[in-house]
Ligand binder design. Structure first.
Ligand SMILES: *Cc1c(COP(=O)(O)O)cnc(C)c1O
Length: 391
C-alpha cells in the first residue's frame, strides 16, 4: 500500500480497521473468571455517576454491608479494593507487614509464593511453613514454625486454587498465631461466597478476596476486610506503606466517614460487585455454600465415574476448584484445546509443581449449576475418548 510522506512520519499511522467486539460465548469452568450472572452484566451497563455523587456514596455503604454479610464479619474496615485479587492481597500484606518484620507463609501452593514476594517488597523477612502441594498445612507444623521464627504476620491460603485443597482447622491456626501475638492474613480469593468462611468466628484478622471466583463478578473491585486490631497496626505504622495507591490509611479517607477523594473508584465494577453480592444475600450465604458442595459433589462423582482421580484427599476437597489428575497417556493440553475449540468450554492446566499433572475445573458462583456440570462431564468424556482413553 502506498503512503503519503505525511503517513510515513512516525506517529501518523492510519486509523486501524478493528471490527466490532464479538467475544466467543465461552462456558467458564476454569480457576476464574467464572460465568457472570446476567443481572451483574446488566448492572454494568447502567449509567455512570461520579465517585463522590451522593447516590454512589449510598451504593458504597450498601456494598460494604453486603461484603460484611458475605465475609461473616462486623468489621467496620470492609471495602472493595480497586484492582484484581492481587491488589487486595497486596493491600493486606503491604499495609500489615512493616520493614524488618517477619511474615510466615505456606509453601503448599502457588499463592503462598506470591505472598512471599509481596512481603519481601514490603521490606519484610519471609519464613516458611512447609507442606506438599496437594496437602493443607498441619497446625503442628505452624506451631513449630512460630516457635522457631516468632513471625509478626502469618499468611495462609484458605482455598488453594493451584492444588484444589481447602485448608481445614482454621480456628486452630489463628489461635496459634494469636498465642504468639501475630496477625493472621487469610487468602480467601477462591473461598469467599463459595465455601464456608467465618471471618469473625474464626478470629481472622485480615481476609482478602477477588470478585471473579465464587462471586461470579468480573475482576476489578476486590473484597478486603480488617478487624480493629489489624487496622490499629496499620494506622500506627512508623513508615508509610510502599504503595501510595494501596495505602489503607489514605483509603480510609474515601471509604471511611470522610468520603474524600483519593483515587477515582472503578464505578462500574462497584455496581457489578454490589449486584453480585445482592445475589449472595438473596440466596443466603449458607445455602450458597451448600449449593457449591452439592453441585461440585456431582462433578466429583462424575469424574470418578470416568475413572479420574482427584488431586486432593477427600478430606481437603475444595468444591470451588476441582483439581483432577491427568491419566497416564493423556495429553492434558490436547484435552483443554478440544474443550475450548469444540465446546467453547474453558478449564485450565496445572500451575507450578503440578503443571502437566492436573486439570483445574472451577465450580464457582453462577457456574456452580447442574447444567454446567453435566455439560463439562459429557464434553470431557468426548475429549478423553478422542485421546484413546477408555473410561
Ligand atoms: C486468583 C487468585 C489470586 C489472585 O487474584 P487475581 O484476581 O488473579 O489478581 C490470589 N489468590 C488465590 C488463591 C487465587 O485463586
Amino acid at each position: 500500500m502506498s503512503r503519503t510522506p505525511e503517513q510515513e512520519a512516525p506517529g501518523h499511522a492510519e486509523a486501524p480497521d478493528v471490527g466490532e467486539l464479538t467475544p466467543p460465548d465461552r462456558t467458564l469452568m476454569g480457576p476464574g473468571p467464572s460465568p457472570v450472572h446476567p443481572r451483574v452484566l446488566r448492572a454494568m451497563s447502567t449509567p455512570l455517576v461520579g465517585h463522590l455523587d451522593p447516590s454512589f456514596v449510598e451504593m458504597m455503604n450498601e456494598t460494604q454491608e453486603l461484603l460484611r454479610y458475605t465475609f461473616r464479619t462486623d468489621n467496620q474496615w470492609t471495602i472493595p479494593v480497586s484492582g484484581t485479587g492481587s491488589a487486595s492481597m497486596e493491600a493486606a500484606i503491604g499495609n500489615l507487614v512493616e520493614p524488618g518484620e517477619t511474615m510466615l507463609v505456606p509453601t503448599n501452593g502457588y499463592f503462598g509464593g506470591r505472598m512471599a514476594s509481596m512481603a519481601r517488597r514490603a521490606g519484610g523477612e519471609v519464613v516458611e511453613v512447609d507442606a506438599p502441594w496437594g496437602e493443607p498445612l498441619d497446625p503442628a507444623d505452624v506451631e513449630a514454625a512460630f516457635e522457631e521464627h516468632q513471625p509478626d504476620v502469618f499468611g495462609f491460603v484458605h482455598a488453594e486454587t493451584s492444588t484444589g485443597v481447602l485448608q481445614p482447622e482454621v480456628p486452630e491456626l489463628t489461635s496459634i498465631a494469636h498465642d504468639h501475638d501475630a496477625y493472621v492474613i487469610a487468602d480467601s480469593v477462591t473461598s469467599l461466597g463459595g465455601v464456608e468462611l467465618r471471618v469473625d468466628e474464626w478470629d481472622i484478622d485480615v481476609a482478602y478476596s477477588g470478585p471473579q471466583k465464587c462471586l461470579s463478578c468480573p475482576p476489578g473491585a476486590s473484597p478486603l476486610t480488617l478487624n480493629d486490631r489489624a487496622m490499629d497496626k496499620v494506622l500506627d505504622r512508623e513508615e508509610e506503606p510502599r504503595s501510595w495507591y494501596l495505602d489503607l490509611s489514605l483509603l480510609e479517607g474515601y471509604w471511611g466517614d470522610e468520603r474524600a477523594y483519593h483515587h477515582t473508584a472503578p464505578i462500574t465494577n462497584v455496581y457489578a460487585l454490589r449486584e453480585a453480592l445482592r445475589l449472595v444475600a438473596e440466596e443466603g450465604i449458607e445455602n450458597r455454600w451448600a449449593r457449591h458442595r452439592e453441585v461440585a459433589g456431582d462433578l466429583k462423582a462424575g469424574l470418578g465415574e470416568l475413572g479420574l482421580e482427584m488431586n486432593a484427599d477427600d478430606e481437603f476437597w475444595l468444591p470451588s476448584l476441582n483439581a483432577v489428575r491427568v491419566p497416564d497417556g493423556v495429553d492434558d493440553g490436547a484435552v483443554i484445546d478440544h474443550l475450548l475449540s469444540e465446546h467453547d468450554l474453558e478449564i485450565a492446566s496445572g500451575l507450578g509443581d503440578l503443571a502437566g499433572d492436573i486439570w483445574r475445573m472451577g465450580c464457582m458462583g453462577h457456574g456452580a449449576r447442574t447444567k454446567n456440570v453435566e455439560f463439562l462431564l459429557s464434553a470431557l468424556e468426548e475429549a478423553l475418548d478422542e485421546q484413546g482413553y477408555d473410561a
